[in-house]
Design a protein around this ligand. Sequence first.
Ligand code: APR
Length: 173
Amino acid sequence: MTIWNRIEIIRGDITLMTADAIVNAANNSLLGGGGVDGAIHRAAGPALLSACRTLGGCATGEAKITRGYRLPAKWVIHTVGPVWRGGHKKEAYLLASAYRESLLLAREYELKSIAFPNISTGVYGFPKEMAAEIAIEEVSSYLKLNSLPEKVIFCIFDQENFDIYQEIFQRSE
Ligand code: APR
């Protein structure tokens, strides 16, 4: 089967997703924050923060996993995208790595489905179009070589990002 029917783009709140894992756009401390990080911690409850405290932080471009607690998703994969600093500090490489490391962790845990937010495109200021290109490129090239996870969902909160993903997706299929 082609990889394109293993990728879904939906508009919505990732804390409501019933995927095996949802991905959190965290910061290096893994101790919570605003944006999607704040929403996930609010929905998961205080046990998520307690679990994150035992992880010793997370380097940019890497990923760590915890249970989902009160979330419908069984697992949360915490990854840290790069802060946009103009594009000459390996930002594109680090953003691709955040997606790839999250997928590798989902494979290690034999998860069937994973939902991503638009990592780094909020507080971290990464240009939305470039971030969407990197996300779709990294995920599609991973899926061509790997059968797990079976399904990748881009769970997009804002209309601007949703339109960008739809446009790129139609161009790529
Ligand atoms: N569901 C899905 N996506 C969401 C949600 C939600 N409930 N809330 C926000 N988003 C989207 C935003 O619209 C944005 O496109 O998540 C994307 C990422 O934005 P941020 O959450 O600001 O994440 P990021 O840009 O990676 O910055 C990370 O922000 O929250 C802090 O602790 C976090 O310091 C870290 C930084």
